[in-house]
Design a protein. Structure first.
Length: 128
């Protein structure tokens, strides 16, 4: 016969952690992911005056982090645009897309840290 484990203690701890800790930790992890993307975008954005690089901001709403720029020309640099006086086409640099792909590769490690912190909050041994 299998041993029976009373999970009521763990249930209570988990519910307490969800109510008290997870909302704060969740916002923190979403902001960290947004800031990671912003740092990467700033590094590879073409530098002419540096204005575009400095203009990136992170907005967190719910479980979404949005990295944006208020510079009207940011999209043109990213996606491409017509050349001066309509002559030719200047290809986009795709700095945002490249940064996003790189950041997506680093998110699993960021989430592992989040899960470890949650485990510690529950009093679990989360050492590797």
């Amino acid at each position: 016969m299998a041993d029976t484990v009373d999970l009521s203690f763990w249930e209570k701890q988990l519910l307490k952690t969800i109510r008290e800790t997870v909302p704060k930790e969740h916002r923190k992890i979403v902001r960290q992911a947004g800031n990671l993307l912003r740092r990467k975008v700033r590094i590879i954005t073409p530098r002419v005056t540096g204005e575009l690089r400095r203009s990136y901001r992170v907005r967190v709403k719910g479980d979404t982090a949005t990295v944006y720029s208020n510079k009207f020309y940011a999209r043109f640099v990213e996606e491409g645009h017509a050349g001066p006086n309509g002559q030719g086409f200047i290809s986009g640099k795709h700095y945002l897309r490249k940064s996003l792909e790189e950041t997506e590769g680093e998110l699993p490690e960021l989430l592992k840290d989040f899960v470890r912190r949650m485990g510690r909050e529950l009093g679990m041994d989360v050492s590797e």
